[in-house]
Design a protein around this ligand. Sequence first.
Ligand SMILES: [Zn+2]
Length: 122
Amino acid sequence: MRAKQSRGFSLIEILVVIVVIGVLAAFVLPGYLKGGKTPGGKQVESPIQRGHSVECMNNLNQIRQAYQITTGADEENRPQTLDEFTSSIPTSMKRCPVGGQPYQFDPATGRVACVQPGHQRH
Ligand SMILES: [Zn+2]
């Protein structure tokens, strides 16, 4: 009598692998999604925080382009407030999506910046 040879994996083996992957994911994913610090002390943004950070950069770019379009080469009639040249931009885009603080505008230089820590280079 010939012994039955199995090819591939049995259902039990596949279920065991799925359970092991699930347990590992349960340990790793919350830390990944929450963000925090690495063992070396470096601050790591979660994917959601990174998305808000990119949104902040995009808002600042839109406002800077609005400033460029409004002022052009006109040095004498520079806007004095952010609202003078961002009337067509929604109010939600004039605030940092991370901290909620309004963007700061310097009328002397025309610079628009975010005050949220870590967003100074945006
Ligand atoms: Zn920001």
